[in-house]
Ligand binder design. Structure first.
Ligand code: AGP
Length: 630
């Protein structure tokens, strides 16, 4: 995915756009670019590849370009390459042949080949490898065809584009004009107190100025001109005036600032004790054990379907898939129902509903961004097969996922997550999953509020219990130093903690780029044990639960072959602490919730390994915060 932003108003636009781009970098950091309208008819464009995601050189280059203060209209872009290599030529913004139209784009034109051939046939000279450049040429042609009628030219342009796209256009002839189009990829805008307008992929860049904004819905188009905004929707080539609802942005300007931390990843790990209470706030009644989830109770139809459902699917990608595995297991354990987790990218390749009655099946879609294309496609696929209900467990308010659910779901409410490596979102997804488990058991009469009290209280204790884990960061950093003597490591867990090991593995791989083997602990001796050499680092989730005895055997098998076993152990389990080579302690809590505490220690391990490997931990190589393309 990419980050797009624009500003039009009375202030110098380029510094505002640059600041906004720095907050959108997590969406893609292969290259960046800015286009400023420096005088009627004249656009100045500065763009650059970002080596290792570094933004400062680009920022200096833009500042050295001395955009005049009179430049009050600018757009900007941070790129995660999909079409064409990571080159300056492919960096956005892109222009038409006349240099009058500039465009920045998030998404992918699925019909780009046909479009390119058509445009070349019409005499356009395409200079980049991107699909985005085609939009600029197409809009310029449509302006000619419509004799400069901007609205008609937009409608005609949009009707020629296929795929999921968020688009922002500048037209040099009009210094007070910005055009925003949402057709499958998110786009939001805000009117600032001084009458200026900002348009961006997400609301994060608005936060230093306002918390009120509008999320365009699919098909919505905005034309900002002369200090006014026209909102309309595009349906079958026709322009239908709409009124886009205004929303309060989650989070604050502080959320998108480092606030003294060296990296967003560390900040988002370390501030969980302060942020996770927002996830729980108002949803748990500790004294009665009652759980209240308005997003699932609001719709009586959704409630009825949830109560009658026989099959539950939890789908997600990456970290969200790991959280999905944990929540699916909670449903099996506490609701005694058929519940499975599935990688969203695999759903369309597998008839997962076979043997299930679709109408009695419920799908929970887990996502931090709510924009993961594989997940959105999976939902469409399952909906086409008649699933009874789609509910979301998502962080970003107004994201595409929200529009695809049946108006049912639970927001994480953990604030913007900027680090590409998902950390606090994972903890929040598991916490929300635990609350949904208790809530549904209560709704289905399987658990009384009274019986729920111990587990509800265990949920409520997690934010504070995390402080015990976070306090071991220096000890975990020393373990990372030990691991650095090797080129790879292994992560193992059983039961709930296989998902914990998977999550730790993903963090290590994406943030430090070290090779990391991950297995259910019981599978290690069926092959991966061959990797173990003298001193080889193996991280074992060895908490006090039903798999403890088997884990003890696995540790002996590993140590018999020289492994250095780092055990994530339950505080007070002195026997286990003595057996492992080095212990990381987590407070005692049910295994469903211990996954959060254990995973957080692994997030810290990955962070330290990333630094020791001199990686850009907030902008991992080749990755982006949300993968909005297939
Ligand atoms: C996790 O650290 C990764 N950034 C990635 O696997 C991520 O979890 C995945 O792309 C899903 O993103 P989502 O939660 O926004 O849908």
């Amino acid at each position: 995915m990419c980050g797009i932003i624009g500003y039009v108003g009375q202030q110098p636009a380029v510094p505002i756009v640059l600041e906004g781009l720095s907050q959108l970098l997590y969406r893609g950091y292969d290259s960046a670019g800015v286009s400023g309208l420096i005088s009627p008819g004249v656009l100045r464009i500065v763009k650059q590849v970002l080596p290792d995601g570094q933004f400062d050189d680009f920022k200096a280059k833009v500042e050295d370009s001395r955009f005049p203060e009179s430049c009050t209209n600018a757009i900007g872009h941070t790129r995660w390459a999909t079409h064409g290599g990571r080159t300056v030529l492919n960096a956005h913004p892109h222009c038409d042949g006349s240099g009058q139209i500039a465009v920045v784009h998030n998404g992918m034109l699925e019909n780009w080949r046909e479009l390119k051939a058509e445009l070349i046939g019409l005499g356009c000279r395409i200079v980049s490898e991107t699909d985005t450049e085609l939009i600029a040429h197409l809009f310029a042609l449509k302006l000619q065809e419509t004799k400069g009628d901007i609205r008609q030219a937009i409608l005609s342009t949009v009707s020629s584009l296929q795929g999921a796209n968020g688009i922002l256009l500048q037209y040099a002839r009009y210094p007070d004009l910005l055009i925003g189009i949402r057709k499958g990829s998110p786009l939001s805008y805000a009117k600032l107190d001084d009458g200026a307008f900002m348009v961006a992929s997400t609301g994060d860049p608005f936060l230093p100025y306002t918390r009120r904004c509008k999320h365009l819905r699919d098909g919505d188009i905005i034309i900002i001109q002369g200090g006014k905004v026209e909102e309309f929707s595009f349906h079958n080539g026709r322009r239908i005036p709409v009124s886009i609802p205004s929303v309060e942005l989650e989070g604050s300007a502080e959320d998108v600032a480092l606030e003294g931390y060296p990296h967003f990843m560390l900040k988002e790990i370390m501030t969980q004790p302060e942020r996770l209470p927002d996830v729980l706030g108002g949803r748990l009644r500790l004294e009665t054990g009652l759980v209240k989830l308005g997003g699932l109770e609001a719709s009586s139809l959704a409630l009825k379907k949830l109560k009658r459902a026989k099959h539950f699917w939890f789908i997600g990608c990456g970290t969200s898939y790991h959280a999905a595995q944990i929540v699916a297991r909670m449903f099996r354990q506490h609701l005694h129902v058929h519940a499975e987790a599935k990688q969203a990218s695999e759903v369309t390749l597998d008839d997962i509903l076979s043997g299930c009655s679709p109408g009695r099946s419920v799908v929970f879609a887990l996502s931090q961004s709510g924009e993961t294309k594989d997940l959105l496609d999976a939902i469409e696929y399952l909906r086409a097969r008649g699933v009874g209900l789609v509910a979301g467990i998502v962080n970003v308010v107004g994201s595409s996922l929200v529009t695809l659910t049946d108006g049912a779901g639970v927001y994480l409410r953990v604030g913007p997550e900027i680090g590409v490596a998902s950390t606090k979102a994972f903890s929040s997804q598991v916490l929300v999953g635990a609350m949904i488990t208790v809530w549904l058991a209560q709704q289905r009469g399987q658990l009384s509020p009274d019986q729920s009290i111990p587990f509800v209280r265990a949920i409520a204790e997690i934010p504070e219990q995390l402080r015990v884990v976070l306090a071991q960061s220096e000890a975990i950093r020393k373990l990372a130093e030990y691991i650095m003597k090797f080129t790879s490591l292994m992560m193992l867990g059983r039961g709930y903690h296989y998902a914990t090991a998977l999550e730790g593995h993903l963090k290590v791989v994406e943030v430090s780029n070290m090779a990391c083997e991950v297995q259910p602990a019981g599978e290690m001796k069926h092959g991966p044990l061959a990797l173990v050499t003298d001193g080889y680092p193996v991280v074992m989730v060895a908490t006090r639960d039903s798999s403890r005895t088997a884990i003890l055997h696995n540790i002996s098998e590993l140590q018999a072959r020289g492994a250095f076993v780092i055990g994530i152990t339950t505080d007070g389990d002195t026997e286990m602490a003595k057996i492992v080579n080095q212990a990381i302690y987590i407070p005692d809590t049910p295994p469903e919730l211990a996954t959060i505490l254990a995973a957080t220690s692994l997030q810290l391990l990955a962070y330290h390994l990333g630094l020791l490997n001199e990686r850009n931990v907030d902008k991992p190589r080749n990755l982006a915060k949300a993968v909005t393309v297939k």
